[in-house]
Design a binder for this molecule. Structure first.
Ligand code: NAD
Length: 493
């Protein structure tokens, strides 16, 4: 592993130090307090962002309320044009966005889906349709209009700030809502930069506001603010439950995404040359800090030894390092996340699972100042073990075996989660049968997720069961941020 210094990324040229975006102005927190944003690979302070509180949230909601009437009444085609312009700027600034996200999250630089997704959402702005309603008289016309909710709020996590910002703001904006976004305290920089580009694209001041700060301070104030009409939240189940409680008190709807324990089901006829590399990538990407990470491998017992051997080789070959190096995986986001992953490694051992590869923290240079944990392969995992039930959010793959299809489905569905799943088989009938029976918001066959660069476009994303409800992206992504108004016109005399 090379230990060259990180390539310089001049964050001060991208963002004004210590400010967030309220009503088109870059302002400090009311209290003037700041939070240090730290590079998780080195511990170096990257930038300072405002430590916003309820007061800043209130300012942002007021700014969004002020911007609402004009944005709501802007023609959908014009809203779409402005979102397209935002997408174009994102494309032009692709390198800076990718590097910013890589350095604050700690993952290697890679291709970003943001501009393409934004383009997709921009195209939906002028395709929001209502219905005409059958009436009892030819003199009466009935119709439905789809109207925005008003000012909406979004709270996002640190693991993918770029995509999360776009998925949780652009659909709402396309529908004519104005937005207050609260990014995670560990990785708020990409969200701020994307908001800067939105402003530069001509999206009016106050349509997108970003308030940085801690969850208990700025975050908690957002869903309980009386001016907020709908929320989206992505993060942990515990915080999601707190946000849902606040929404219930405020009597507002919520779109919720709370992670997963996604199964990778390998059937006896699977093409292993295709499956194994994708399975490893799925758990190593972003150090496993991905809600859709394929963290449980369900392998037919006849294939077990062969699959574990091939996986072990691949796990040993995973290159771990800093974001600018040619690596597969970086550090975990912070000390708390590192402790969480190391605790689960201990729990897995205590439960009787066998560590085939990895299992410890990396401490030598260049890992000594960051939160690096080895990619870890656990074998002989049983479905009831905690490492097979709970979201670890780290580079930890649990291998479980099954005897027949019934058992595979029972294990796949045997957790509280239901976000994504993959099925690896060359038998189309089995693929169809299993895809229908697995409880997950997204089921991939012979691929993962939406299939990547050659996969499906605008794929709905969201969970079954405790993984949450509502979908970001997808054909209904924009409509989900509208409410239906029925209009009945009696034109008779
Ligand atoms: P978290 O749920 O506490 O934080 C997510 C977001 O919620 C952040 O912006 C945070 O500031 C905000 N927040 C925190 N407390 C809040 C409150 N009381 N009210 C409103 N907003 C609040 O998650 P975390 O502590 O960063 O990570 C803990 C675990 O959550 C991880 O280990 C992982 O298992 C899970 N997680 C899941 C996802 C996902 O994509 N589903 C993302 C991040 C973390």
């Amino acid at each position: 592993m090379t230990t060259t210094a990180p390539a310089p990324l001049d964050i001060s040229a991208l963002l004004a130090d210590g400010t967030h975006l309220i009503g088109g102005e870059w302002v400090p927190a009311r209290t003037k307090s700041t939070i240090d944003v730290v590079n998780p690979a080195t511990g170096a302070v990257l930038a300072r962002v405002p430590r916003g509180t309820a007061e800043d949230i209130d300012d942002a909601v007021r700014a969004a309320e002020e911007a609402l009437p004009a944005w709501r009444d802007t023609s959908p085609a014009r809203r779409g044009e402005l979102l397209y312009r935002w997408a174009e700027l994102v494309r032009e600034h692709d390198t800076a966005i990718n590097e910013l996200e890589a350095v604050e999250v700690g993952h290697p630089v890679g291709p970003s889906p943001i501009a393409a997704r934004l383009t997709y959402l921009a195209g939906k702005a002028d395709k929001i349709l209502g219905h005409t309603l059958p009436t009892r008289s030819p003199d009466v016309l009935g119709m439905t209009l789809r109207e925005p909710f008003g000012v909406v709020g979004a709270i996002i996590p640190w693991n993918a700030p770029g995509p999360m910002t776009v998925f949780n703001t652009a659909p709402a904006m396309a529908a004519g809502n104005t937005v207050v976004l609260k990014p995670a305290e560990d990785a708020p920089l990409t969200a701020l930069y994307l908001a800067r580009l939105a402003l530069e694209a001509g999206i009016p001041p106050g349509v997108l506001n970003v308030v940085t700060g801690y969850g208990a301070e700025a975050g908690a104030a957002l869903p309980s603010h009386p001016g907020i009409r709908k929320m989206s939240f992505t993060g942990s189940p515990a915080t999601g439950s707190a946000v849902m409680t606040a929404c219930a008190r405020n009597l507002i709807p919520l779109q919720l995404e709370l992670g997963g324990k996604s199964p990778q089901i390998v059937l006896p006829d699977a093409d292993l040359t295709k499956a194994v590399p994708a399975i490893v990538r799925s758990i190593v990407m972003n150090s496993g800090q991905v809600c859709a990470a394929g963290s449980r491998l369900l392998v037919a017992s006849s294939l077990h030894d062969q699959v574990v051997e091939t996986l072990a080789e691949r796990f040993r070959a995973v290159r771990v390092g800093l974001w600018h190096q040619q690596v597969d995986m970086g550090p975990l986001i912070n000390a708390r996340q590192e402790k969480r992953v190391l605790d689960y490694l201990a729990i897995g051992r205590e439960e009787g699972a066998e560590v085939v590869v990895g299992g410890t923290k990396l401490t030598e240079v260049p890992y000594d100042s960051g939160y690096f944990v080895e990619p870890t392969l656990f074998d002989r995992v049983r479905p009831e073990m905690r490492i097979a039930q709970e979201e670890i959010f780290g580079p930890v793959l649990s291998v479980l075996t099954y005897e027949d299809e019934e058992e595979a489905v029972a294990i796949a569905n045997g957790t509280r989660y239901g976000l994504t799943a993959s099925i690896w088989t060359q038998d189309v009938s089995r693929a169809v049968r299993l895809a229908r029976r697995v409880e997950a918001g997204q089921v991939a066959v012979n691929t993962v997720g939406d299939g990547g660069p050659t996969g499906s476009i605008g794929t709905p994303f969201g969970g079954y069961k405790n993984s949450g409800f509502g979908r970001s992206m997808g054909p209904d992504a924009v409509e989900d941020w509208t409410q239906v108004k029925a209009v009945i016109i009696d034109a008779g005399s």
